[in-house]
Design a protein around this ligand. Structure first.
Ligand SMILES: NC(=O)c1ccc[n+]([C@@H]2O[C@H](COP(=O)([O-])OP(=O)(O)OC[C@H]3O[C@@H](n4cnc5c(N)ncnc54)[C@H](O)[C@@H]3O)[C@@H](O)[C@H]2O)c1
Length: 276
C-alpha cells in the first residue's frame, strides 16, 4: 500500500471494522500504512464473529471490545487505548450504524419506538457519548481529529432509509454542537463524511440498496465513491493538512449531492419508460 507518512506518530481509535468490506476496515489499513498506531474496537457481539482479529494481527493493532452505547465500556476503551498506545489519542473514527426497524422490516409509518430509541442510540447518540467520555478524560490530543460517517438521507429523503435518516441528521448535528465546544476548549476538530452508497453489511441491509447504488452511480459525475476512497479521505481528515476544518458535513459522493439530473440517469430512466 502506498504511503505518504501522513499519520506518522499519530495514535488513533477505529470503531466499526466488522469484516473486510467495512469502511472502518479500509480506514484502519490506510491509517496504519500512513504511519499511525491504532486500537480497533467494536461491539462484543461483532467481535465474537472473529474477523476483526485477522485485521488486528495484520496491523499489529490491539482490539478493545466496547459497546458504543455503554458509557462504562467507552470509559474503559479510552483509558486502555491511551495505555496501549502510550499517550493521548490524535484521531477517532465513528463508523457505526444499525437500525432494528430496518432489520425487522418495519416501515417509517409503522415504527417500533423501542427500536427507534435503539437506532438513535447506536447510530447517533453513541457519537455524543464517545466525545463526552473523551473530553472528560482529556483523552484527545490538542489538534486531534474526530470523524463520523453519514449519508445524504440526513438532508434529503430516500425511500427505504427509514429511521436511519433521523439518526444521521442527529449525528451531523452532534458533530456541529460538540465541534464548537471541543474546538474552543481543546482545539479538537469534529466532522462527518457523507459517503456514497457502499457495498457493506450495514449498507446492503437497507431496503432496495442495489437500486440505490445503481441510481447513485449514474447520478454522480465521478461515480460512487468506494470504501477505499472513503478511507483516503478519512486519512486526509486525520492528517495535519486539514487542521482548520471542523463542524462540517463533507460530501464524499462523486458529486451526487449537487447533481439535479445527469445525462446517464436520464438515459437509465428513459430506457425504463420506453419499456412500458
Ligand atoms: N454502506 C453504505 O452505503 C454507507 C453509506 C454512507 C454512510 N455509511 C455509514 O458508514 C458507517 C459504517 O458502516 P459500513 O457501511 O462500513 O457497514 P458495517 O456493517 O461494516 O459497519 C457497521 C458497524 O457498526 C458496528 N456497530 C453496530 N452496533 C454497535 C454498537 N452498539 N457498538 C459498537 N459498534 C456497533 C457494527 O458491528 C459494524 O462494525 C455507518 O455509520 C454507516 O451508516 C454507510
Amino acid at each position: 500500500m502506498q504511503s505518504h507518512s501522513l499519520l506518522k506518530g499519530k495514535r488513533g481509535i477505529v470503531f466499526g471494522a466488522l469484516n473486510d468490506r467495512s469502511i472502518a476496515w479500509k480506514v484502519a489499513e490506510k491509517a496504519v500504512a500512513e504511519g499511525a498506531q491504532i486500537v480497533l474496537t467494536n461491539a462484543p457481539v461483532a467481535i465474537r464473529s472473529g474477523e476483526i482479529y485477522q485485521l488486528s494481527e495484520a496491523l499489529n493493532a490491539p482490539v478493545i471490545p466496547a459497546d458504543a452505547t455503554s458509557i462504562k465500556d467507552l470509559e474503559q476503551l479510552f483509558t486502555e487505548a491511551q495505555e496501549k498506545l502510550g499517550g493521548k489519542i490524535d484521531f477517532v473514527l465513528h463508523s457505526i450504524g444499525m437500525s432494528p426497524n430496518v432489520r425487522k422490516g418495519r416501515t417509517y409509518d409503522d415504527l417500533d419506538y423501542k427500536f427507534l430509541d435503539k437506532t438513535l442510540d447506536v447510530s447517533a447518540i453513541s457519537f455524543h457519548k464517545m466525545l463526552q467520555v473523551a473530553m472528560k478524560q482529556d483523552a484527545i490530543a490538542e489538534g486531534g481529529s474526530v470523524l463520523a460517517l453519514s449519508y445524504i438521507a440526513a438532508q434529503r429523503t430516500f425511500a427505504g432509509y427509514n429511521d436511519m435518516a433521523d439518526a444521521k441528521s442527529l449525528l451531523e448535528s452532534i458533530a456541529r454542537s460538540f465541534g464548537c465546544l471541543y474546538g474552543s476548549k481543546k482545539g479538537v476538530r469534529i466532522n462527518t463524511i457523507s459517503q456514497s452508497p457502499t457495498m457493506t453489511t450495514a449498507g446492503s441491509g437497507v431496503g432496495g440498496f442495489n437500486l440505490f447504488y445503481e441510481v447513485a452511480e449514474k447520478m454522480s459525475p465521478l461515480g460512487n465513491a468506494s470504501a477505499d476512497e472513503c478511507a483516503d479521505y478519512c486519512v486526509m481528515m486525520f492528517s495535519d493538512y486539514t487542521k482548520k476544518v471542523t463542524m462540517q458535513n463533507l460530501f464524499h459522493d462523486g458529486g451526487f449531492s449537487t447533481t439535479g439530473m445527469s445525462a446517464e440517469a436520464i438515459e437509465m430512466f428513459s430506457q425504463n419508460c420506453n419499456k412500458e
